[in-house]
Design a protein around this ligand. Structure first.
Ligand code: MG
Length: 205
């Protein structure tokens, strides 16, 4: 479920509610996006800014004072993970690509520690568009932790090559029924969608 299951009443993208909702429909995993603030706090949000506030340049207090569309405050990663601990779904953890690569590196180290402290190591798949973050996640995450690099969207033929190499392939963000069917037929391992209920129905068929 891309940014959680948010196309449902009372939910919003990357809200804690969207995580609870994704869990309630039995998806493989609930995806969410993480940034580090200027004062070294990890928070959950998709865009790099909220209104005029650029997350990388703002404090956590400024960011978490902002409201999501469902009235929740923007969650910290810690709040999000505490909610996840009570649930079963896998956590598809996207670390966003930061302008400040030193901060991004710090974010990798902090998030790995937090996941470990909360004993969620075995429930997390990491994804990122940032090559340096990807490399560091592979180096520092516990052995066997799935880490996926988001690239190759102009190369659907890479799916085959990945499988030849024993790698898994994820496709995003697929929302139309005919496109979902194409991905199913192609044999992608993961399909990231804003329409998880539709996809589940299709997979059951
Ligand atoms: Mg994402």
């Amino acid at each position: 479920a891309h940014r959680g299951y948010w196309k449902t009443e009372g939910s919003a993208q990357n809200s804690i509610r969207s995580l609870v909702k994704a869990d309630s429909i039995g998806v493989y995993g609930s995806e969410f996006d993480v940034w580090i603030t200027a004062n070294d706090k990890l928070i959950v949000n998709h865009d790099g800014h909220i209104g005029d506030l650029i997350i990388e340049n703002s404090t956590a207090a400024q960011i978490t004072a902002c409201k999501l569309e469902n009235g929740e405050n923007v969650p910290t990663l810690e709040q999000y993970l505490d909610a996840a601990k009570k649930l079963k779904t896998r956590l598809v953890f996207e670390l966003k690509s930061h302008k400040n690569k030193l901060q991004e590196t710090k974010a990798v180290d902090m998030l790995l520690k937090m996941i470990k402290d909360k004993k969620l190591d075995k429930r997390v798949d990491y994804i990122t568009f940032s090559l340096p973050a990807f490399v560091r996640l592979i180096q520092k995450a516990p052995k066997g932790t799935p880490v996926y690099y988001l690239n190759g969207d102009k190369h659907p033929e890479w799916r085959k090559r990945c499988h030849q190499l024993g790698l898994k392939a994820n496709v995003w963000t697929v929302n139309e029924q005919k496109d979902l069917q194409w991905c199913i037929d192609q044999g992608f391992d993961f399909i990231t969608t804003n329409e998880p209920v539709l996809l589940e129905q299709m997979l059951k068929k």
